[in-house]
Design a protein around this ligand. Structure first.
Ligand SMILES: Cc1cc2nc3c(=O)[nH]c(=O)nc-3n(C[C@H](O)[C@H](O)[C@H](O)COP(=O)(O)OP(=O)(O)OC[C@H]3O[C@@H](n4cnc5c(N)ncnc54)[C@H](O)[C@@H]3O)c2cc1C
Length: 403
């Protein structure tokens, strides 16, 4: 045990942040015989792993592709993702005898609990004598910039630590109650790195009072839609909440949305709305529009959508122009969300430490040798579906192989 204020030496690598990326990096570095110390200010390690995937951790996605990630530099993620693939992680999961299943679209979840994934990482760390300290407050990290061989000096509640390699794996800003802080960005700026503006992502939308009134009574109702914004589209389920829109479709598009922008919803993604309405007009001229639409959408949703300026009458009473206008409205329904629920409920943070001055091979800073940034703290954000963990594993392994 280290006394408060004592000088800690004999450590090769300090990893700050005992989350997905940090634990993976520590285990890999430990396997290479490096003496690794992991520091975390929280009372428990891997909290986001535990709460992920509704408690079952969507730990990877078998169809991971660089296109599933957002960054100012779309190429940055390619190297690490190609060197540590979902199949490498699946192999590790299988070696630990963890049961898993594919839910949809390549998304792999634990059969039992996220605890299995955290337990696996901790076992990997334990096997190679990685030391992990929780409740550790880090007050400063300094290094002489004139002497490249000088160690980093970490002032922490676990002592003053001198070490040659420091890995920042402190994650993003989402869910502050789980221990998220902007510490990684602060250290990056201190050592001359730029920060790409951060924003909550994979987050539910909030609506204005008037918008919520239009969708009154729909909280808890879901619909399969295509939602679009900024040339991106996702075909998934959406969910009405008492504050706005959630569900996978909305979480995905939130990554691309900016305040003041509209999102476009196609409520009838399985059919060509115009062709369908024209066919129905011919086949069922005396049936009302709301009855026709209820064949594809929930009755309550139909009433809400029609409240937004679509008059209900028998199909034969509509002119061709009106049918065209209704089809257009149902397939390109535009709405401007009031905002998002923010970091309180967001799954990730978009933006972060700019990739400009970081090696995509090793994750080492090009400003300061021996300083590394991995995981979500870096300006690489995955779509929903296990991509963010795959990024944490891949970047953690890449740095772990060189620190
Ligand atoms: C509710 C929720 C569900 C999610 N579900 C999924 C999912 O199913 N699949 C998926 O791929 N992704 C999911 N994610 C995203 C995923 O959890 C993150 O992208 C991933 O954990 C990032 O890994 P990381 O190691 O970079 O950061 P984290 O896992 O967040 O770890 C960062 C660590 O750094 C520590 N830390 C922070 N500041 C300091 C400081 N100042 N000093 C010391 N330590 C510090 C924190 O306590 C934490 O332990 C989910 C996120 C949330 C919030």
């Amino acid at each position: 045990m280290v006394d408060r204020g004592a000088l800690v030496m004999g450590i090769d690598v300090v990893v700050i942040g005992a989350g997905a990326a940090g634990l993976m990096c520590a285990a890999i570095a430990g396997k290479r015989g490096r003496r690794v110390l992991v520091l975390d200010h929280a009372n428990k390690v891997g909290k986001k792993i535990l709460m992920s995937g509704g408690g079952r951790c969507n730990f990877t996605n078998t169809v991971t592709d660089p296109d599933d990630f957002v960054s100012e530099n779309a190429h940055f993620c390619k190297s690490a993702l190609s060197r540590y693939t979902p199949w490498d992680f699946i192999d590790l999961v299988e070696r630990h005898g963890i049961a898993y299943h594919e839910k949809k679209l390549g998304q792999l979840f634990c059969d039992n609990s996220s605890k299995d994934i955290l337990g696996m990482l901790l076992t990997e760390c334990e096997r190679v004598d990685v030391e992990i300290k929780t409740h550790c407050k880090i007050t400063s990290i300094t290094k002489s910039l004139t002497d490249p061989d000088a160690p980093f000096v970490i002032n922490s509640s676990s002592g003053v630590i001198e070490v040659k390699k420091v890995v920042i794996a402190t994650g993003g800003l989402s869910i502050p109650t789980m221990g998220a802080t902007g510490f990684g960005y602060q250290i990056a700026e201190q050592f001359g790195h730029e920060i790409v503006a951060t924003e909550a992502a994979l987050v539910p939308f909030t609506l204005s009072k008037e918008q919520l009134q239009a969708f009154d009574g729909l909280s808890g109702v879901s619909a399969n839609v295509v939602v679009s914004c900024e040339n991106q589209s996702f075909r998934e389920a959406m969910l009405f909440t008492h504050r706005g829109f959630s569900g996978p479709a909305m979480l995905q598009i939130s990554t691309y949305w900016k305040p003041g922008k509209n999102i476009t919803i196609n409520w009838l993604p399985d059919i060509d709305a115009l062709v369908y309405l024209q066919e129905q007009q011919e086949a069922k001229p005396n049936t009302e529009l709301k009855t026709i639409l209820s064949e594809h959408l929930s009755k309550r949703l139909v009433l809400s959508l029609m409240g937004g300026g679509i008059e209900n009458k028998s199909m034969r009473q509509y002119t061709i122009q009106q049918i065209e206008a209704i089809a257009q409205k149902l397939s390109c329904w535009e709405i401007m969300p009031a905002g998002t629920e923010g970091y309180r409920t967001a799954e990730v943070t978009i933006g972060g430490v700019s990739t400009n001055k970081i090696s995509s091979k090793t994750f080492e800073s090009q400003n300061v040798s021996g300083l590394f940034f991995i995981g979500e703290v870096v300006d690489v954000t995955g779509h929903l579906g296990g991509f963010n963990f795959q990024w944490a594993w891949a970047s953690g392994v890449a740095a772990g192989q060189v620190v």
